[in-house]
Design a protein around this ligand. Sequence first.
Ligand code: VTB
Length: 353
Amino acid sequence: MSEENTIIRPLEYDLLFDFLRVVEAAAIDAARTMGRGDRKYSDHVAVEKMREVMDRSPMDGTIVIGEGERDEAPMLYIGERLGLGARPGNEGKYPQVDIAVDPLEGTNLCASGAPNAIAVLAAAEKGGLLHAPDVYMNKIVVGPSVKGAVDIDAPVRDNLEAIASRLKRKVEDLTIVVLDRPRHKKLVHEIGETGARIRLITDGDLSAGVSAAVAGSGVHALMGIGGGPEGVITAAAMKCLNGEIQSRFVLKEQLEQPEDRAKIADGLVERMEKMGISDPSRVYHTNDLAPGKKIIFAACGVTDGTILRGARFFGTGKRTQSLIMTTETMHVRFVDTVHVEGGPDSFVRFDRL
Ligand code: VTB
Protein backbone atom coordinates (compact mmCIF):
# COMPACT_ATOMS: atom_id res chain seq x y z
CA MET A 1 0.00 0.00 0.00
CA SER A 2 1.44 3.41 -0.90
CA GLU A 3 1.89 5.94 1.86
CA GLU A 4 -0.65 8.39 0.38
CA ASN A 5 -3.32 5.71 0.52
CA THR A 6 -2.63 4.71 4.08
CA ILE A 7 -5.07 6.48 6.33
CA ILE A 8 -3.92 6.10 9.88
CA ARG A 9 -7.10 6.14 11.85
CA PRO A 10 -7.47 5.76 15.58
CA LEU A 11 -7.91 2.16 16.69
CA GLU A 12 -11.29 3.14 18.05
CA TYR A 13 -12.79 3.78 14.62
CA ASP A 14 -11.34 0.65 13.20
CA LEU A 15 -12.01 -1.84 15.90
CA LEU A 16 -14.27 -0.74 18.73
CA PHE A 17 -17.44 -2.11 17.24
CA ASP A 18 -15.73 -5.22 15.94
CA PHE A 19 -14.70 -5.99 19.50
CA LEU A 20 -18.25 -5.30 20.62
CA ARG A 21 -19.46 -7.96 18.18
CA VAL A 22 -16.79 -10.36 19.43
CA VAL A 23 -17.83 -10.15 23.09
CA GLU A 24 -21.54 -10.16 22.27
CA ALA A 25 -21.24 -13.32 20.20
CA ALA A 26 -19.13 -15.11 22.82
CA ALA A 27 -21.52 -14.07 25.62
CA ILE A 28 -24.59 -15.27 23.71
CA ASP A 29 -23.12 -18.70 23.03
CA ALA A 30 -21.88 -19.08 26.60
CA ALA A 31 -25.22 -17.93 28.00
CA ARG A 32 -26.97 -20.71 26.07
CA THR A 33 -25.09 -23.19 28.27
CA MET A 34 -26.01 -21.47 31.54
CA GLY A 35 -26.67 -23.73 34.48
CA ARG A 36 -25.64 -26.99 32.83
CA GLY A 37 -22.95 -27.50 35.42
CA ASP A 38 -20.28 -27.98 32.76
CA ARG A 39 -17.87 -25.08 33.04
CA LYS A 40 -15.40 -26.53 30.54
CA TYR A 41 -18.09 -26.75 27.88
CA SER A 42 -19.31 -23.22 28.63
CA ASP A 43 -15.75 -21.95 28.29
CA HIS A 44 -15.19 -23.95 25.11
CA VAL A 45 -18.15 -22.43 23.25
CA ALA A 46 -17.13 -18.92 24.33
CA VAL A 47 -13.55 -19.49 23.17
CA GLU A 48 -14.64 -20.93 19.85
CA LYS A 49 -17.04 -18.10 19.08
CA MET A 50 -14.66 -15.40 20.21
CA ARG A 51 -11.98 -16.80 17.95
CA GLU A 52 -14.31 -17.15 14.97
CA VAL A 53 -15.61 -13.56 15.12
CA MET A 54 -12.22 -12.10 15.95
CA ASP A 55 -10.66 -13.83 12.95
CA ARG A 56 -13.06 -11.95 10.64
CA SER A 57 -12.18 -8.58 12.13
CA PRO A 58 -10.23 -5.94 10.20
CA MET A 59 -7.06 -6.16 12.26
CA ASP A 60 -3.72 -7.88 12.50
CA GLY A 61 -4.18 -9.23 16.00
CA THR A 62 -1.87 -11.18 18.28
CA ILE A 63 -3.13 -12.88 21.42
CA VAL A 64 -0.86 -11.86 24.29
CA ILE A 65 -3.05 -13.18 27.09
CA GLY A 66 -5.23 -16.14 26.20
CA GLU A 67 -6.17 -19.67 26.96
CA GLY A 68 -2.57 -20.78 27.57
CA GLU A 69 0.48 -21.74 25.57
CA ARG A 70 0.06 -23.23 22.11
CA ASP A 71 0.64 -26.83 23.24
CA GLU A 72 -2.12 -26.75 25.85
CA ALA A 73 -4.71 -24.55 24.10
CA PRO A 74 -5.88 -25.24 20.57
CA MET A 75 -7.52 -21.82 20.27
CA LEU A 76 -6.74 -18.30 21.41
CA TYR A 77 -3.34 -19.47 22.58
CA ILE A 78 -0.66 -16.95 23.46
CA GLY A 79 1.03 -15.88 20.25
CA GLU A 80 -1.89 -16.82 17.97
CA ARG A 81 -2.45 -14.34 15.14
CA LEU A 82 -5.99 -13.49 14.19
CA GLY A 83 -7.94 -11.18 11.91
CA LEU A 84 -7.94 -10.28 8.24
CA GLY A 85 -4.46 -8.78 8.60
CA ALA A 86 -3.05 -12.11 9.73
CA ARG A 87 -4.01 -13.75 6.44
CA PRO A 88 -1.37 -14.25 3.77
CA GLY A 89 -1.18 -11.34 1.34
CA ASN A 90 -2.71 -8.88 3.79
CA GLU A 91 0.52 -7.87 5.50
CA GLY A 92 0.58 -4.23 6.56
CA LYS A 93 -2.99 -3.53 5.52
CA TYR A 94 -4.64 -3.59 8.93
CA PRO A 95 -3.75 -2.15 12.33
CA GLN A 96 -1.54 -4.32 14.52
CA VAL A 97 -3.08 -4.98 17.90
CA ASP A 98 -2.19 -7.00 20.96
CA ILE A 99 -5.19 -8.67 22.55
CA ALA A 100 -5.85 -10.09 26.01
CA VAL A 101 -8.89 -12.34 26.17
CA ASP A 102 -10.97 -13.95 28.88
CA PRO A 103 -13.74 -15.44 26.69
CA LEU A 104 -15.71 -16.53 29.73
CA GLU A 105 -14.65 -14.85 32.95
CA GLY A 106 -16.40 -16.84 35.66
CA THR A 107 -16.83 -20.23 34.01
CA ASN A 108 -18.31 -21.63 37.24
CA LEU A 109 -20.69 -18.68 37.48
CA CYS A 110 -22.05 -19.47 34.03
CA ALA A 111 -22.15 -23.20 34.73
CA SER A 112 -24.31 -22.59 37.79
CA GLY A 113 -26.28 -19.58 36.51
CA ALA A 114 -24.75 -17.36 39.20
CA PRO A 115 -24.30 -13.60 38.67
CA ASN A 116 -21.42 -11.73 37.02
CA ALA A 117 -20.13 -14.08 34.31
CA ILE A 118 -18.88 -11.96 31.38
CA ALA A 119 -17.15 -12.37 28.02
CA VAL A 120 -14.29 -9.89 28.03
CA LEU A 121 -11.20 -8.69 26.20
CA ALA A 122 -8.75 -5.83 26.12
CA ALA A 123 -6.74 -4.65 23.13
CA ALA A 124 -3.98 -2.13 22.55
CA GLU A 125 -1.30 -1.14 20.11
CA LYS A 126 1.71 -3.50 20.04
CA GLY A 127 3.31 -3.74 23.47
CA GLY A 128 0.39 -1.99 25.16
CA LEU A 129 -0.49 -4.85 27.50
CA LEU A 130 1.83 -6.71 29.87
CA HIS A 131 2.32 -10.32 28.82
CA ALA A 132 1.35 -11.68 32.21
CA PRO A 133 1.62 -15.42 32.73
CA ASP A 134 -1.09 -17.44 34.41
CA VAL A 135 0.07 -16.89 37.98
CA TYR A 136 -1.62 -15.44 41.00
CA MET A 137 -1.58 -11.74 41.61
CA ASN A 138 -2.40 -9.80 44.75
CA LYS A 139 -4.58 -6.84 43.81
CA ILE A 140 -6.28 -3.77 45.14
CA VAL A 141 -8.66 -2.05 42.75
CA VAL A 142 -10.41 1.26 43.41
CA GLY A 143 -12.35 3.87 41.49
CA PRO A 144 -11.46 7.39 40.32
CA SER A 145 -12.23 9.24 43.54
CA VAL A 146 -9.96 6.92 45.52
CA LYS A 147 -7.10 6.94 43.00
CA GLY A 148 -3.77 7.67 44.69
CA ALA A 149 -5.11 7.08 48.21
CA VAL A 150 -4.35 3.36 48.66
CA ASP A 151 -1.11 1.42 48.88
CA ILE A 152 -1.02 -2.35 48.35
CA ASP A 153 1.68 -2.59 51.04
CA ALA A 154 -0.23 -0.59 53.65
CA PRO A 155 -2.21 -2.27 56.46
CA VAL A 156 -5.79 -3.17 55.44
CA ARG A 157 -7.21 -0.72 58.00
CA ASP A 158 -5.21 2.20 56.57
CA ASN A 159 -6.43 1.45 53.05
CA LEU A 160 -10.04 1.16 54.12
CA GLU A 161 -9.83 4.41 56.06
CA ALA A 162 -8.32 6.10 53.01
CA ILE A 163 -11.08 4.75 50.77
CA ALA A 164 -13.78 5.83 53.23
CA SER A 165 -12.33 9.30 53.57
CA ARG A 166 -12.17 9.82 49.79
CA LEU A 167 -15.73 8.51 49.43
CA LYS A 168 -16.85 10.77 52.31
CA ARG A 169 -18.38 7.98 54.33
CA LYS A 170 -17.64 5.76 57.30
CA VAL A 171 -15.56 2.60 56.93
CA GLU A 172 -18.70 0.70 57.98
CA ASP A 173 -20.41 1.99 54.86
CA LEU A 174 -17.91 0.40 52.48
CA THR A 175 -18.44 -2.85 50.59
CA ILE A 176 -15.23 -4.67 49.69
CA VAL A 177 -15.27 -7.61 47.29
CA VAL A 178 -12.98 -10.56 48.03
CA LEU A 179 -12.72 -13.97 46.32
CA ASP A 180 -14.04 -16.61 48.72
CA ARG A 181 -10.90 -18.71 49.15
CA PRO A 182 -9.08 -20.18 52.17
CA ARG A 183 -6.07 -18.02 51.27
CA HIS A 184 -8.11 -14.94 52.17
CA LYS A 185 -8.98 -15.93 55.74
CA LYS A 186 -6.65 -13.31 57.25
CA LEU A 187 -7.69 -10.60 54.78
CA VAL A 188 -11.38 -11.21 55.41
CA HIS A 189 -10.76 -11.13 59.16
CA GLU A 190 -8.85 -7.84 58.90
CA ILE A 191 -11.52 -6.21 56.75
CA GLY A 192 -14.24 -7.47 59.10
CA GLU A 193 -12.44 -5.99 62.12
CA THR A 194 -12.70 -2.50 60.62
CA GLY A 195 -16.48 -2.83 60.35
CA ALA A 196 -16.48 -2.65 56.54
CA ARG A 197 -18.88 -4.95 54.74
CA ILE A 198 -17.52 -7.80 52.65
CA ARG A 199 -18.97 -9.42 49.56
CA LEU A 200 -17.41 -12.83 49.11
CA ILE A 201 -17.55 -14.03 45.51
CA THR A 202 -16.91 -17.53 44.26
CA ASP A 203 -15.33 -16.32 40.98
CA GLY A 204 -14.93 -13.29 38.78
CA ASP A 205 -12.56 -10.80 40.36
CA LEU A 206 -12.22 -9.04 36.99
CA SER A 207 -15.82 -7.89 36.81
CA ALA A 208 -15.72 -7.04 40.54
CA GLY A 209 -12.68 -4.82 39.90
CA VAL A 210 -14.46 -3.05 37.04
CA SER A 211 -17.50 -2.52 39.28
CA ALA A 212 -15.27 -0.88 41.91
CA ALA A 213 -14.48 1.85 39.38
CA VAL A 214 -18.11 2.52 38.46
CA ALA A 215 -19.90 4.83 40.90
CA GLY A 216 -23.27 3.52 41.97
CA SER A 217 -22.31 -0.14 41.63
CA GLY A 218 -22.24 -0.59 45.39
CA VAL A 219 -18.68 -1.96 45.21
CA HIS A 220 -15.97 0.26 46.70
CA ALA A 221 -12.87 -1.89 46.26
CA LEU A 222 -11.66 -5.30 45.24
CA MET A 223 -8.93 -6.82 47.38
CA GLY A 224 -7.01 -10.08 47.43
CA ILE A 225 -5.30 -12.69 45.32
CA GLY A 226 -6.76 -13.63 41.93
CA GLY A 227 -5.46 -14.38 38.46
CA GLY A 228 -2.63 -12.35 36.88
CA PRO A 229 -4.18 -12.28 33.39
CA GLU A 230 -7.42 -10.93 34.89
CA GLY A 231 -5.28 -8.22 36.51
CA VAL A 232 -4.00 -7.01 33.14
CA ILE A 233 -7.50 -6.84 31.65
CA THR A 234 -8.70 -5.03 34.80
CA ALA A 235 -5.87 -2.51 34.31
CA ALA A 236 -7.06 -1.84 30.76
CA ALA A 237 -10.53 -1.10 32.17
CA MET A 238 -9.03 1.15 34.86
CA LYS A 239 -7.31 3.25 32.19
CA CYS A 240 -10.67 3.80 30.51
CA LEU A 241 -12.55 4.47 33.77
CA ASN A 242 -9.85 6.53 35.55
CA GLY A 243 -9.65 3.90 38.27
CA GLU A 244 -6.57 2.31 39.77
CA ILE A 245 -5.14 -1.17 40.24
CA GLN A 246 -2.03 -1.96 42.26
CA SER A 247 -0.79 -5.50 42.09
CA ARG A 248 2.05 -7.86 42.77
CA PHE A 249 2.67 -11.36 41.43
CA VAL A 250 2.43 -14.06 44.07
CA LEU A 251 4.92 -16.81 43.39
CA LYS A 252 4.41 -20.48 44.14
CA GLU A 253 6.49 -20.51 47.31
CA GLN A 254 4.57 -17.52 48.67
CA LEU A 255 1.25 -19.37 48.51
CA GLU A 256 0.24 -21.03 51.75
CA GLN A 257 -2.54 -23.29 50.48
CA PRO A 258 -1.43 -26.53 48.77
CA GLU A 259 -4.45 -26.30 46.41
CA ASP A 260 -3.28 -22.89 45.22
CA ARG A 261 0.34 -24.04 44.84
CA ALA A 262 -0.80 -27.02 42.78
CA LYS A 263 -2.19 -24.69 40.11
CA ILE A 264 1.14 -23.00 39.43
CA ALA A 265 3.49 -24.58 36.90
CA ASP A 266 7.14 -25.11 37.75
CA GLY A 267 9.82 -22.98 36.14
CA LEU A 268 7.56 -19.98 36.01
CA VAL A 269 10.08 -17.41 37.16
CA GLU A 270 12.24 -18.26 34.13
CA ARG A 271 9.23 -18.03 31.84
CA MET A 272 8.25 -14.71 33.36
CA GLU A 273 11.74 -13.41 32.68
CA LYS A 274 11.33 -14.38 29.04
CA MET A 275 8.07 -12.45 28.99
CA GLY A 276 9.91 -9.35 30.18
CA ILE A 277 9.04 -9.59 33.86
CA SER A 278 12.49 -9.35 35.40
CA ASP A 279 11.46 -8.44 38.94
CA PRO A 280 8.33 -10.39 39.85
CA SER A 281 8.34 -9.00 43.38
CA ARG A 282 7.73 -5.38 42.39
CA VAL A 283 4.43 -3.56 42.54
CA TYR A 284 2.69 -3.28 39.18
CA HIS A 285 0.53 -0.20 38.85
CA THR A 286 -2.20 0.39 36.28
CA ASN A 287 0.26 1.75 33.71
CA ASP A 288 2.73 -1.09 34.19
CA LEU A 289 0.03 -3.67 33.47
CA ALA A 290 -1.54 -1.74 30.60
CA PRO A 291 1.04 0.76 29.32
CA GLY A 292 -0.75 1.25 25.99
CA LYS A 293 -1.86 4.66 24.75
CA LYS A 294 -4.70 3.23 22.68
CA ILE A 295 -6.54 0.84 24.91
CA ILE A 296 -9.84 -0.79 24.09
CA PHE A 297 -11.88 -2.71 26.66
CA ALA A 298 -15.00 -4.70 25.76
CA ALA A 299 -17.16 -6.86 28.02
CA CYS A 300 -20.60 -8.38 27.53
CA GLY A 301 -22.79 -9.83 30.29
CA VAL A 302 -23.37 -13.58 30.18
CA THR A 303 -25.35 -13.90 33.41
CA ASP A 304 -27.02 -10.93 35.13
CA GLY A 305 -24.46 -8.98 37.10
CA THR A 306 -23.64 -5.87 39.10
CA ILE A 307 -23.18 -3.53 36.15
CA LEU A 308 -24.19 -5.64 33.15
CA ARG A 309 -27.31 -7.65 32.48
CA GLY A 310 -26.87 -11.14 31.16
CA ALA A 311 -27.86 -12.29 27.66
CA ARG A 312 -31.60 -12.78 27.26
CA PHE A 313 -33.38 -14.92 24.70
CA PHE A 314 -36.89 -14.49 23.33
CA GLY A 315 -38.99 -15.56 20.39
CA THR A 316 -37.69 -13.07 17.89
CA GLY A 317 -34.14 -12.57 18.99
CA LYS A 318 -31.69 -11.94 21.76
CA ARG A 319 -30.63 -8.98 23.82
CA THR A 320 -27.22 -8.25 25.29
CA GLN A 321 -25.69 -5.55 27.41
CA SER A 322 -22.05 -4.60 26.99
CA LEU A 323 -19.50 -2.12 28.23
CA ILE A 324 -17.14 -0.87 25.55
CA MET A 325 -14.63 1.85 26.14
CA THR A 326 -11.39 3.28 24.88
CA THR A 327 -8.69 5.62 26.13
CA GLU A 328 -8.60 7.27 22.71
CA THR A 329 -11.80 9.19 23.26
CA MET A 330 -12.53 8.31 26.90
CA HIS A 331 -16.04 7.40 25.85
CA VAL A 332 -17.57 4.76 28.11
CA ARG A 333 -20.42 3.09 26.30
CA PHE A 334 -23.01 0.87 27.87
CA VAL A 335 -24.45 -0.80 24.79
CA ASP A 336 -27.86 -2.44 24.85
CA THR A 337 -28.15 -4.51 21.67
CA VAL A 338 -31.25 -6.21 20.35
CA HIS A 339 -30.22 -8.95 17.94
CA VAL A 340 -33.42 -9.09 15.87
CA GLU A 341 -33.92 -12.47 14.26
CA GLY A 342 -37.60 -13.13 13.83
CA GLY A 343 -38.17 -11.74 10.34
CA PRO A 344 -40.44 -8.85 9.31
CA ASP A 345 -42.84 -9.24 12.24
CA SER A 346 -40.16 -8.82 14.89
CA PHE A 347 -40.45 -5.90 17.25
CA VAL A 348 -38.09 -4.13 19.58
CA ARG A 349 -39.27 -3.37 23.07
CA PHE A 350 -38.12 -0.30 24.94
CA ASP A 351 -36.08 -1.45 27.90
CA ARG A 352 -35.01 1.01 30.57
CA LEU A 353 -31.41 0.25 31.48
C1 VTB B 1 -9.86 -15.30 39.79
C2 VTB B 1 -11.23 -15.10 39.16
C3 VTB B 1 -11.57 -16.15 38.17
O1 VTB B 1 -10.03 -17.62 39.22
O2 VTB B 1 -8.85 -14.77 39.00
C4 VTB B 1 -9.64 -16.74 40.23
O3 VTB B 1 -11.35 -13.86 38.53
C5 VTB B 1 -8.27 -17.15 40.68
O4 VTB B 1 -8.33 -17.92 41.86
O5 VTB B 1 -12.90 -15.99 37.74
P1 VTB B 1 -8.52 -19.54 42.01
O6 VTB B 1 -7.41 -20.24 41.31
O7 VTB B 1 -8.48 -19.76 43.48
O8 VTB B 1 -9.87 -19.90 41.42
C6 VTB B 1 -11.35 -17.51 38.78
O9 VTB B 1 -12.20 -17.64 39.90
C7 VTB B 1 -11.64 -18.61 37.75
O10 VTB B 1 -10.79 -18.51 36.68
